[in-house]
Design a protein. Structure first.
Length: 286
């Protein structure tokens, strides 16, 4: 069995702990794949592998599809089932005369999926695009620097509500999630879900939304942008979530060192005072 499988517009290759998907550039390659370029999918990010036959068209083919675990890929989570089948980055179409090769590759990939493949992932396992990122929507230019999402309204595209309110900027700490609606359907938009308010349900009036339109907010631009913001939100670690050593545990350890003669009386007293004061400050800040 080979470690590489080439199909229409993409090549899949085994690595030690992942499958590397390289997307070819060409007029018939989905533009989203152009934007992605290449993706490294850890084996632990996969739930299953499917292989099916496709008839009709110019010639028969075999379709290999990897199924990502829920919660493993920010791009899939942001897309929320809205991607057209032809744009699915986990789908590879292989000519029928190479069906045996595709079947062997699929079986080898199944063998590499871990025992937790049927469970949701506790964190994102597939990398998202790295900020800074820019997105041109119909009524705004949206930017993400890794910490904040900023909307700069278009004088010609934005509604009076947005224009009068002025440009908006939201820190990740203010956000609870991201909503992406494909520009290929009605009502396409990018909406930031805020913690303090639901906002206006109309995207063209919501100050945390950007509206898509013909030539604005295309899938290849807006979906990776939404995925990057979502990934940054999920990987934030609130300060309160990082436990500090408890004062009693620290003092017990100091007592052991003091009893063993590794700390003088003066050192023991000074360290006890320092740790007690530090824990008091942390409790006050929390």
């Amino acid at each position: 069995m080979g470690d590489v499988l080439a199909g229409n517009h993409a090549v899949w290759e085994f690595d030690s702990d992942s499958v590397l998907i390289r997307f070819a550039r060409g007029m018939r390659t989905p533009r989203l794949w152009h934007a992605l370029g290449a993706r490294r999918i850890p084996f632990e990010a996969l739930a299953a592998v499917e292989l099916s036959s496709r008839g009709g068209g110019r010639r028969d083919a075999v379709v290999l599809r990897a199924i990502p675990r829920p919660g493993a890929d920010p791009l899939v989570e942001a897309a929320a089932g809205q991607l057209r089948e032809v744009c699915d980055p986990y789908r590879l179409v292989v000519p029928a005369d190479r069906g045996a090769e595709a079947a062997a590759f699929a079986e080898a990939l199944r063998e590499r999926i871990g025992p937790g493949g049927d469970e949701p992932a506790g964190q994102f396992l597939v990398p998202a695009a790295e900020p800074p990122l820019q997105l041109k929507a119909y009524d705004a230019r949206v930017s993400f620097d890794g910490l904040r999402v900023t909307f700069q309204w278009s004088r010609t595209g934005a509604t009076g509500t947005k224009w009068k309110a002025g440009d908006q900027s939201y820190a990740l700490s203010e956000l609870a999630g991201v909503e992406w609606r494909s520009p290929e359907g009605p009502g396409g938009h990018l909406r930031l879900l805020r913690r303090d308010t639901d906002g206006d349900p109309r995207p063209d009036h919501d100050l945390a939304s950007a509206v898509f339109g013909t030539g604005y907010g295309s899938v290849q631009d807006s979906l990776p942008f939404a995925a990057a913001v979502l990934a940054a939100l999920r990987t934030r670690t609130p300060v309160a979530a990082v436990p500090a050593p408890r004062s009693a545990e620290r003092l017990d350890r100091l007592g052991e060192l003091h009893s063993a003669g590794l700390l003088t009386d003066a050192e023991y007293t000074a360290l006890c005072d320092r740790f007690t004061a530090a824990d008091g400050r942390l409790a006050t800040e929390a």
